[in-house]
Design a protein around this ligand. Structure first.
Ligand code: NAD
Length: 256
């Protein structure tokens, strides 16, 4: 379905980003990976799916590095057809204790990076009259949780940016939508499981159960594979007129 298209997924060396990159690769899209840590393992996983892969290690907190990454993607594959703004970090603390440096980093990586990558991707997408911008927000783009001020502010911002991007391009073949996962068991969430286990004297399994019980009626983690299939839907012809939605995959979290 996506043969000949190129997808750039930020923060795709791990977790949800890698899951989305693999789902798009399975549909035939060439992939530009980004993120920290081991990039070789993820690159081999994508190559094994029969598409081309490239990697750029831009730090998504830096506009100049995002510009270099977007140029690298265009030089390598000609154009970015699908942009998945996914890179993100978390920090948990009450507002009065929240380190200023963590606030700035979360706003830069979880919100401003999506603005920069989007503004740089749009001209080529509009020229081709086809493009897909998928912002990985969170249920925290729709509701709040205590001790996550920067994250919730950034994710609400991402949902707002999604709507404006969709509206500004509503008469073109370029769509923009957000994905809002509940709990997904990635390294980002495992850190929160570990903290809960220590704070409450629980085992890893008990801490996971506790985490789910507080928010997610299904008592199940959403998987990167499931989120990847939602991204594939947004890229399909059936998604041509899906514009500006924030689609949750949250086990009922926000239905309460
Ligand atoms: P993860 O920690 O597994 O992956 C995060 C990715 O972002 C990694 O590839 C990491 O290297 C990359 N990254 C971090 N800082 C970066 C930077 N400065 N520059 C470039 N890359 C950077 O986490 P995840 O759970 O897969 O999170 C992915 C996205 O999904 C995030 O935006 C997160 O907020 C969102 N999300 C996660 C959950 C969840 O439950 N895990 C729920 C809702 C939303």
């Amino acid at each position: 379905m996506l043969q000949g298209k190129t997808a750039l997924v930020t923060g795709s060396t791990s977790g949800i980003g890698l899951g989305i990159a693999k789902a798009l690769a399975k549909q035939g899209a060439n992939i530009v990976l980004n993120g920290f840590g081991d990039a070789e393992g993820p690159q081999s996983e994508i190559v094994a799916l029969g598409v081309k892969v490239a990697y750029h290690g831009a730090d998504m907190s830096k506009a100049s590095e995002i510009e270099a990454m977007m140029k690298f993607a265009a030089d390598t594959f000609g154009r970015v057809d699908i942009l998945v703004n996914n890179a993100g970090i978390q920090h948990v603390a009450k507002i009065e204790d929240f380190p200023i440096e963590r606030w700035d980093a979360i706003i830069a990586i979880n919100l401003s990076s999506a603005f920069h990558a989007t503004r740089l991707a749009l001209p080529a997408m509009k020229a081709a009259n086809w493009g897909r911008i998928i912002n990985v927000a969170s249920i925290h783009g729709l509701v709040g949780s205590a001790e996550k001020s920067a994250y919730v502010a950034a994710k609400h911002g991402v949902v707002g940016l999604t709507k404006v991007t969709a509206l500004e391009n509503a008469t073109t073949g370029v769509t923009c939508n957000a994905i809002c996962p509940g709990w997904v068991l990635t390294p980002l969430v495992q850190k929160q499981v570990d903290a809960k286990a220590v704070a409450m004297g629980l085992s890893n399994e008990e801490a996971k159960k506790q985490l789910l019980q507080e928010k997610e009626p299904s008592m199940q983690f959403t998987t990167p594979e499931e989120l990847g299939e939602l991204a594939v839907f947004f890229c399909s012809a059936a998604g041509n007129n899906v514009r500006g939605v924030a689609w949750n995959m949250d086990g009922g979290w926000t239905a309460q």
